[in-house]
Design a protein around this ligand. Sequence first.
Ligand SMILES: [Zn+2]
Length: 165
Amino acid sequence: MVTAGVRFRDEFVDGESLRVVERDSLAQLHRAVPVSEQYGRSLSLRAAFVERHPEFWLARRVVGPTRFVDWLLVLLTAGGPQRVQLEYPVCVRCGVRSAIANPTVQDLYIGLPNARDAYLRSWTLPVVPCPNCGSPFERNAIWAERVPDDVLPTLAYVRQGRGSS
Ligand SMILES: [Zn+2]
């Protein structure tokens, strides 16, 4: 079991109770996840990311009547906690890869009582440009950071699909 021994706390976001991984459990989750599985690799990557970035939460949610388990990142913004998808786009102008937090992904809102409103509101959040050259991203980034060179080799598998869950 991936979460054996991992400590959580409950946080209420968008009318939904999320199980947020306590900071002192992130390293354990990062290590505990089997690296041979696509799902595990991705979850492990996100746990490692949140370890380095205290402005994010890693949270577990149970979605809809099928009880599908999903993991997501939450960014702590001035306006409150905001669910986001972590993406690694390359800037079309300068070619530098960044980590970005994108809130405008419909999957993040599936199963919420106010899914449509929460999704539409995500498009109104202020966006940030490429941290290297200042050009706008093609995706909606409300947070961005240039990816350190030593992280790049581990990102090869992120480019396929959503790169998460
Ligand atoms: Zn750029």
